[in-house]
Design a protein around this ligand. Structure first.
Ligand code: GLN
Length: 189
């Protein structure tokens, strides 16, 4: 049984739950999805992998660092305790891994620019160079990347990987392809 903790801060959380369930079926494994709202949810569960959805990084920082929650610092600490621990972070989630703003080291070593493709109206869908359907919603854009390149769009990096930490600027949960959610689970088996 693989236990995945999903940060219930903002974003398409339920689409991620569906994608994780599809990925588990495809891999023929059992998973349990734990909804993480506060540090307490995090501490009281034996977590194998983390899912950090998108949303608005400014809002996620406020709610996730709030004294009543402290979810973000506990997630970051858990990841730093062991560099092979898996996380899949999408869009605003990727921004948080690159720039945790908690005084600790970055979880993914890269530069990233918020809203760098433009506003909501500039959101777009495009096939990545690997053929994966990329859905970009007020997406950030990677600058210099010092970890491994996971995927590109017309040669531009849109996914970065450091061991089992994967940061994507698009939304794989909104496509019906669970490749990246499978990758997260595969890191646990
Ligand atoms: N624009 C958002 C931010 O800067 C990210 C958008 C998203 O997660 N879809 O945090």
């Amino acid at each position: 049984m693989v236990v995945v903790g999903i940060a219930m801060l903002q974003g398409a959380r339920h689409a991620h739950v569906n994608a994780l369930e599809n990925a588990a079926n495809e891999l023929g494994i059992n998973i349990q999805i734990v909804q993480l709202r506060t540090k307490l949810d995090f501490d009281s569960n034996q977590i194998d992998a983390l899912m950090l959805p998108g949303g608005e990084s400014t809002v996620m920082r406020l709610t996730g660092n709030n004294e009543a929650s402290e979810l973000l610092p506990s997630m970051f600490n858990w990841l730093r305790e062991d560099p092979v621990r898996p996380v899949l972070a999408t869009c605003a989630g990727a921004i948080l891994l690159v720039d945790p703003q908690d005084g600790g080291e970055a979880l993914i070593d890269a530069e990233i620019d918020r809203n760098a493709y433009g506003g909501q109206i500039d959101s777009f869908e495009a096939s990545l160079d690997c053929g994966f359907p990329g859905i970009f919603i007020r997406a950030p854009r990677f600058g210099e990347v010092r970890d491994s390149i996971e995927c590109t769009l017309n040669g531009e990096v849109v996914g970065v990987r450091r061991i089992n930490r994967i940061a994507l600027t698009f939304h794989p949960e909104l496509s019906d392809n669970s490749k990246y959610h499978r990758m997260l689970l595969e890191a646990c088996i």
